[in-house]
Design a protein around this ligand. Structure first.
Ligand SMILES: Cc1cc2nc3c(=O)[nH]c(=O)nc-3n(C[C@H](O)[C@H](O)[C@H](O)COP(=O)(O)O)c2cc1C
Length: 350
């Protein structure tokens, strides 16, 4: 029998992947406190179901920036998929297209767009250093049919990832893939330990949103918010949505788990824009808990990657279907028939 849940997809993926690739994907930073906090948070929040409601029909569909999708989850941006298989970005994009799932991606969508297929696609960026390039980027994405820009704000510097340091992981492998077993690893050109402190966007600030807003109305989703003051600031500076996230425990170790950060951020936003979240989602009930705490949708990072590593494109689809099915069943058993019926009264922190 094949994997029956996302954890078992991860086990298959672990057996199939090179250790360097598995550690790169599975790992977090330093002590991995935040990586673990993302998961353990779900075990502290409990659902309080309602009964005696007719739950014959359950509607899990959501509408996001004008696009109707079957489930309130989206594929998170994940760089370095080529460590898993060649053309990984395109493979995941095909799976997103076939399941009508929103894809956040930096790359891999060109072929599908050229063929004019109806992929719902959000572009991911870590921000551009000046107004001209920020505006040029936004216009390009709009012209290509991107439905939103996901601005990742928690990536100022390359973080300190012990697993990669120990493995002498080379960031060049993210482009080339990992040399086959038996091949001698070339000496790392950009070893993880040396890449630590490498600046990505140390000077990124809220002006970036003003720059883009000056040239385009494309929705901007600010990804990586944890502090309620930043959540409020995102609204004030013109963001269209936020995602409460700690980058899957891959940036600041010791940062609060995403689900635990969610309620205060939802309160700070006060319903003015949608709040999404990501981090640690491995079950349909995890999604239901995030929605009960006020999220309008969630992003899936590692879960689709485990499907990809285990069985390629069918594996990605299977993981998405599995999470959809688990969510639908959790909603039925909790007595909610559509996303509109999910609210804060059905969850407690214990
Ligand atoms: C291998 C990998 C690469 C990632 N690359 C990016 C990236 O390029 N940009 C980004 O905003 N987030 C990136 N993330 C973070 C995810 O978008 C997301 O926030 C996180 O994975 C959610 O946690 P989960 O993996 O527990 O679902 C990456 C995550 C992983 C696992």
């Amino acid at each position: 029998m094949g994997p029956i849940n996302v954890h078992e997809f991860e086990e298959v993926a672990k057996r199939k992947l090179h250790k360097l690739a598995y550690d790169f994907i599975a790992g977090g930073t330093e002590e991995e406190y935040t990586l673990r906090a993302n998961r353990t948070a779900y075990g502290r929040w409990f659902l309080v179901p309602r009964f005696m409601r007719d739950v014959t029909n359950i509607d899990t569909s959501a509408t996001v920036f004008g696009s109707k999708v079957p489930f309130p989850f989206f594929i998170a941006p994940t760089g370095g998929k080529n460590l898993v298989i060649r053309n990984a970005d395109e493979t995941v994009a095909e799976a997103a297209l076939e399941t009508n799932t929103v894809l956040c991606s930096g790359t891999g969508v060109n072929k599908i767009l050229e063929e004019g297929k109806p992929l719902i696609w959000w572009s991911n960026t870590i921000g551009s250093p000046n107004k001209q390039s920020a505006q040029g980027y936004a216009k390009r994405i709009e012209d290509q049919g991107g439905k939103a820009i996901v601005l990742t704000i928690d990536n100022a510097y390359q973080s300190n990832r012990d697993r990669n340091n120990r493995n002498r992981f080379d960031y060049g492998y993210m482009q080339t893939g990992i040399p086959k077993d038996g091949e001698k690893l070339p000496p790392p050109r950009n070893p993880a330990r040396a890449a630590m402190w490498q600046p990505h966007t140390p000077n990124l600030n809220w002006d970036w949103i003003d720059w883009v807003r000056g040239a385009s109305r494309i929705p901007i989703i600010v990804k990586g918010v944890l502090h309620p003051a930043d959540a409020a600031m995102a609204v004030e500076r013109g963001a269209s949505a936020i995602s409460v996230s700690n980058h899957g425990g891959r940036q600041l170790d010791g940062a609060i788990g995403s689900l635990d950060a969610l309620p205060e951020c939802v309160e700070a936003v006060g319903g003015r824009i949608p709040v999404f979240m990501d981090g640690g989602i491995r079950r349909g009930q995890d999604i239901l808990k995030a929605l009960a705490l006020g999220a309008k949708g969630v992003l899936l990072g590692r879960a689709p990657l485990w499907g990809l590593a285990a069985f390629g494109q069918p594996g990605v689809k299977r993981v998405l279907e599995l999470l959809g099915m688990e969510l639908k069943l959790a909603m039925a058993l909790a007595g909610v028939r559509n996303l509109g019926e999910i609210d804060r009264t059905m969850i407690r922190r214990v």
